[in-house]
Design a protein around this ligand. Structure first.
Ligand code: MN
Length: 336
């Protein structure tokens, strides 16, 4: 079915609904959140009631989106239409899908709006608008509104632009088209301020002075091995206890570790009071070894981001030696 036909079906389904459940995948990001918040406004302007749901809690780095705290983890009891945004993969709505399938979803139609190229694994949708040429689901929604003549308000436009900027890292990813920029331009013309959106995002990234000082300490303790190709930092229990509620200490160090000249892979080890050790591993573009390294220690993940957990009283010094040795082995000698 063509985009036009899918859009027409979406219009009919929305027209016939009274209360719409707007669902995000179990890995919410700026695009899914901004898309959901924009749809909330768009549907409200169509006279619909809405409910925002996500199977997991919205992470705090996204709290610069006004309205993020309206997203509930609980499914409402009444709704007669579901719109799923930013995924067409069943696996990514695992937390919500079981209750949805057993509940009102069996009676309510489902609309999927997405931009991922992976073929949809949801075969029970009443309409699917999946535009793999769009940089973000928010861009798909903007185009849909233009096609259907749905009105936007300021809140919706700000949410859509913030969502597109988030998914495209500020319009710098390779799926950004001229069309993406035209859409942004139109919304800027209608009053969106990119400067205000960026200021809100940056204000949300601010850390306490205490945390900035601690980051300094962590950075001083980074150990470099193998001609700086392997960077490693150890975070002991007292620091986990003190700083984890504020910020993940590993994340605090890893970004700068990866930005070190010649560094291919960065590893943060957390040593807990009960002897458990966890590793968070990030590697740089061109060194897709993070997953393999983690697997060697019983963990897993992706080419560039992975982790592992070890229980029992590990000697952290010998663990460091074996992690560094394995990382060096995986980095081919001429790769630096
Ligand atoms: Mn997206």
């Amino acid at each position: 079915m063509s985009e036009q036909e899918q859009s027409a079906r979406i219009k009919d389904l929305i027209g016939a609904s009274t209360k719409v459940l707007i669902l995000q995948p179990d890995n919410p990001d700026g695009d899914s959140l901004g898309s959901a918040l924009a749809l909330e406004q768009i549907l409200m302007l169509q006279g619909k009631e809405t409910e925002l749901v996500c199977g997991i809690k919205i992470p705090s780095y996204l709290s610069y989106f006004p309205g993020w705290d309206r997203v509930s983890q609980e499914l409402p009891t009444h709704y007669d239409l579901v719109i799923l945004v930013d995924t067409s993969s069943l696996a990514l709505i695992d937390n919500s899908i079981r209750s949805l399938r057993s509940g009102a979803l069996s009676k309510s139609p489902l609309i999927v709006i997405d931009h991922h190229a992976t073929p949809s694994s949801i075969d029970f949708a009443s309409a699917s608008l999946i535009e793999a040429t769009s940089s973000a689901t928010a861009e798909v929604i903007y185009n849909l509104c233009k096609r259907l003549g749905y009105a936007l308000n300021d809140v919706a436009r700000n949410a859509l632009v913030a969502a597109i900027l988030s998914d495209t890292l500020g319009l710098t990813t390779d799926n950004v088209s001229a069309q993406t920029i035209y859409s942004i331009a139109e919304m800027v013309e209608q009053g969106v301020s990119l400067a205000n959106l960026e200021a809100a995002r940056r204000a949300n990234m601010r850390k306490s002075a205490d945390l900035v000082h601690y980051k300094g300490e962590l950075l001083k303790r980074i150990q470099y091995f193998d001609n700086d190709r392997v960077a490693l930092v150890v975070i002991p229990w007292p620091e986990i206890e003190r700083y984890s509620p504020l910020y993940n200490p590993s994340v605090l160090a890893l970004e700068d570790m990866r930005l070190t000249e010649r560094t291919a892979i960065a590893i943060a080890l957390k040593v807990y009071h009960d002897g458990k050790i966890t590793a968070k591993i990030r590697s740089n573009q061109g060194y897709p070894i993070a997953g393999t390294l983690a697997e060697h220690f019983g963990g897993g993940g992706h080419d560039y981001a992975s982790g592992f957990k070890l229980y029992g009283n590990q000697d952290s010094d010998s663990l460091i030696k074996s992690v560094v040795a394995k990382a060096s082995e995986l980095l081919k000698p001429g790769d630096s």
